[in-house]
Design a protein around this ligand. Structure first.
Ligand code: PLP
Length: 394
């Protein structure tokens, strides 16, 4: 019997990865399972990005780099923030990490003390609450249901903030909901945050580019420049450039916070993979039309999937603004199936209909499920056929 730490016992393994693993196991047993659990583009990394990595290897760029990232990549990040977000940063306000997840963990480690509160709008990306607990802080969950398109209001934010709040997350467009805050909605949140000067804003812009709504992408420092020195932008190349395996994320924020994240990184992982850094710099500086190709495909699949799900009795799905996820309300179906919660519903769907989805409770929203449409249209159509047959036979 091994006595593991209280810290590790306070968290769960990532439920989205668990669903993918379960689907793979069933496949290995010979079952014809469709997995709509994955959180990565089904596209290949662009050729010019791969070429840059190969060139880096050939040039011998295979050694340790600066802990917080190579200058070439930091400068590419600075150009990106200027070009896409009209935000200006210096090199000491940027850190490159081993994936977006790593950037977030570094930030929480550098900023939070035990007992500090972190406001997390739900449905949330699975890792925010568990990472918060890992550093001993307290997640404060604010619920936003389908009727508010999964976005919290200024009033809800105000009600959640206390004198213990030290951080709030905003993730827009959101995993799992797919909806994005408009500039006006962010301005309303900013008005509240101005009354709480101790609160740092972590804006997770991972899906910035996977967006098709009429309103252009906005994040907090873009609409409230006075809050820029209280905001850390967290993003990366994983989703926009189909580079999930390369493990490059980055953060932009106030120099003292970035320096603290660097200190954390210097004593844990050191620099992100050198080769991946050169590839990421090429991605940020290169021809951005690769993003458009993917977004066009995601939008087509989104339109199909949302309509098809809404046509099934017992499922409600609001159209998203971006990402590659649909977040469906399934409470009526859960009742029909006699399942007590969305976890057992998704288990039943997997065993009876061979379709793997992630239950909404993994994202802090029981009564929902997340379907990834980072898979081809024919597979999606087959999945919908199975879900419809399952629903009709309940
Ligand atoms: N933030 C959000 C909202 C995500 O969905 C993900 C990936 O699933 C990440 C951050 C982390 O991305 P990475 O794979 O670069 O660690």
């Amino acid at each position: 019997d091994y006595q593991l730490s209280d810290r590790i016992n306070s968290i769960q393994p990532s439920p989205t990865l668990a669903v993918t693993q379960k689907a793979n196991e069933l496949r290995q047993q010979g079952k014809d399972v469709i997995g709509l659990g994955v959180g990565e583009p089904d596209f290949d990394t662009p050729e010019f990005v791969k070429d840059a990595a190969i060139q880096a290897i050939k040039d011998g760029k295979t050694k340790y780099t600066a802990v917080d990232g190579i200058v070439e990549l930091k400068d590419a990040v600075i150009r990106k923030l200027e070009r896409d977000n009209q935000l200006s940063y210096q090199r000491n306000e940027i850190i490159v990490s081993s994936g977006g997840k790593h950037s977030i963990y570094n930030l929480l480690s550098a900023w939070l003390n035990p007992g500090d509160e972190v406001v997390i709008p739900a449905p949330y990306w699975v890792s925010y609450p568990d990472m918060t607990k890992l550093v001993g802080a307290e997640p404060v969950i604010v619920q936003a249901g389908i009727d508010q398109r999964f976005k919290i209001t200024a009033e809800q934010l105000r009600a959640a903030l206390t004198d213990k709040t030290r951080l709030m997350f905003i993730n827009s467009p959101s995993n799992p909901a797919g909806t994005a805050y408009t500039a006006d909605e962010l301005i309303a949140l900013a008005d509240v945050l101005r009354d709480y000067p101790n609160v740092l804003i972590a804006t997770d812009d991972m899906y910035e580019h996977i967006l098709w709504s009429d309103s252009a992408f906005a994040n907090l420092p873009m609409v409230a420049p006075d809050l820029k020195d209280r905001t850390v932008i967290l993003t990366g190349v994983s989703k926009a450039y189909a580079m999930t395996g390369w493990r490059i994320g980055y953060a932009a924020g106030p120099a003292p916070i970035i320096a603290a994240m660097k200190k954390m990184q210097s004593q844990s992982t050191s620099n992100p993979a050198s080769i991946s850094q050169y590839a990421a710099a090429a991605a940020l500086d290169g021809d951005q039309s690769c993003i458009k190709t993917m977004v066009t495909a995601f939008k087509e699949r989104h339109d199909y999937l949302v309509d098809a799900l809404n046509a099934i009795d017992g499922i409600d799905c609001v159209p998203g603004d971006g990402t590659f996820y649909a977040f469906a309300h399934i409470e009526k179906l859960m009742k029909k199936a006699g399942t007590a919660d969305d976890v057992s519903f998704c288990e039943k769907l997997l065993s009876d209909a061979n379709v793997a989805l992630v239950p909404g409770s993994a994202f802090g929203a029981d009564g929902y499920c997340r379907l990834s449409f980072a898979t081809d249209l024919n597979t999606l159509k087959e999945a919908v056929k199975r879900i419809r047959a399952f629903a009709e036979n309940l």
